[in-house]
Design a protein around this ligand. Sequence first.
Ligand code: ACO
Length: 168
Amino acid sequence: MGLPPFNVSGSPFSVVPIHNYPELMKKTCELINSEWPRSETARMRSLEASCDTLPCSLVLTTDGMNRVIAHCKLSQIPSKKMACFIESVVVDKSCRGQGFGKLIMKFAEDYCRIVLDLKAIYLSTIDQDGFYERIGYEYCAPISMYGPRHCELPSLENAKKKYMKKVL
Ligand code: ACO
């Protein structure tokens, strides 16, 4: 079930859940690793966990589904059943600044609202809050991804994170 492939009117671009198109996993893995290098095994395991509920990885594809331009992953938030966490949002370096980031985020929001019946999306970012502000996200208090009693250890990385939210 779910939304059909989202075809941008009159253009060759589609956004699809990756578990419906496993042949795109290798290219998606390369795209994510070009931004945040990590073992291919770990990346593939994360993509292979994508399903009709959460977690779910979405990809923006073109060239007859032979090219992956963008990716994002939606995950559960244990303490917020009516919301999800979006992460690993990435657009191919050669395609940035052309509206593809905004496009995959819009599809992800529609997917959360229509298919998953969720009411809000949360995220954290170190340096892309300008992009998320531009597409309607607002700063919010930090949320835990590990359950109500989990306490994140202080680290330089965590101190720099900004949390943002959009009500759908
Ligand atoms: N600061 C302010 N505004 C921005 C920024 C920014 N850093 N980036 C884009 N915008 C604006 C654009 O000017 C555009 O404005 P407009 O609607 O007035 O024309 C609008 O936001 C949409 O921009 P897009 O062209 O859709 O953005 P793009 O395709 O370049 O994707 C992205 C943005 C995903 C951040 C891309 O630059 C990227 O892949 N960066 C590297 C990976 C990364 O840092 N990802 C975010 C990690 S945080 C997370 O995953 C939750």
